[in-house]
Ligand binder design. Structure first.
Ligand code: HEC
Length: 169
C-alpha cells in the first residue's frame, strides 16, 4: 500500500516536470547549469579518487602476512557492493574531470585520460557486479596505469633539489 502511493506521487511529480510541453519562457537545465566547485583537484584526488581506487584495488588478489596468504576478495554482500560503488565512483570521477571546472586550461590529453578512466571504470564496475575476482584484478591494473599516465603529464613536479644551492646552511 505504501509502495503504491509512492509510485503515484512519483508519477505526479513527473507529470509536472517531465511533460513534453513547450519550454517557452522556461529556463532549461542546460542553460541554468551552475557547478559549485566543492573541491580543488588536489582535494578531489585525496578525498574521493584515492580512497575509492584503493578500496577497489584491495578487493582482489592476495596478501601474505605471518599467518599465511589471504584472499582479498569481499566475503559479504556489503563488501561486494562497496567494491562496485568504488568502481562506479572512479568512473564518475572521470566524467567530472571532463567538466569545464576541472578541464579548463588543460590540454586535450586531459580529456583523453579522463575518458579512459570512465571506460576502464565501467569495466571495473561490471567485474565487481559479476563478482569476478580475476576481472577485478585485471581492470584494477589498467585503472592504475590510467591514473599514472595522467599524473606523468599533470602532477606538479617537486622542485628538483639542487646540490649546489640546497645545501643546509
Ligand atoms: C585526468 C588526469 C588525472 C587522472 C586520470 C587521475 N589523476 Fe590523480 N592527480 C591529477 C592531478 C593534476 C594531480 C595533482 C594535484 C595537485 O597537487 O595540484 C593529481 C594528484 C593525485 C594524488 C596526490 C594528491 C596529493 O596529496 O598531492 C593522488 C593520491 C591521486 N592523484 C590519485 C589518483 C588515482 C588513484 C587516480 C586513478 C584512479 C587518479 N589520481 C587519476 C590528475 C589526474
Amino acid at each position: 500500500m505504501v509502495k503504491r502511493s509512492l509510485i503515484i506521487v512519483a508519477s505526479a511529480a513527473c507529470l509536472a516536470s517531465c511533460g513534453g510541453q513547450s519550454n517557452a519562457g522556461k529556463e532549461t537545465a542546460a542553460e541554468a547549469i551552475t557547478h559549485v566547485k566543492a573541491h580543488g583537484i588536489k582535494e578531489l584526488m585525496q578525498q574521493v579518487m584515492e580512497p575509492q581506487a584503493q578500496l577497489f584495488w584491495h578487493s582482489a588478489g592476495t596478501i601474505t602476512d605471518e599467518t599465511g596468504e589471504h584472499d582479498l576478495s569481499p566475503t559479504t554482500d556489503e563488501g561486494w557492493q562497496a567494491t562496485r560503488s568504488a568502481a562506479a565512483t572512479v568512473t564518475e570521477m572521470g566524467n567530472l574531470m571532463m567538466t569545464p571546472q576541472y578541464a579548463e586550461g588543460r590540454g586535450k590529453d586531459w580529456l583523453q585520460f579522463s575518458k579512459s578512466l570512465v571506460e576502464i571504470g565501467m569495466k571495473a564496475e561490471k567485474a565487481a557486479a559479476d563478482r569476478n575476482s580475476d576481472a577485478i584484478f585485471e581492470t584494477g591494473g589498467i585503472m592504475y596505469r590510467v591514473c599514472s599516465s595522467c599524473h606523468l603529464v599533470y602532477m606538479p613536479k617537486e622542485p628538483t633539489p639542487d646540490a649546489a644551492t640546497n645545501k643546509p646552511a
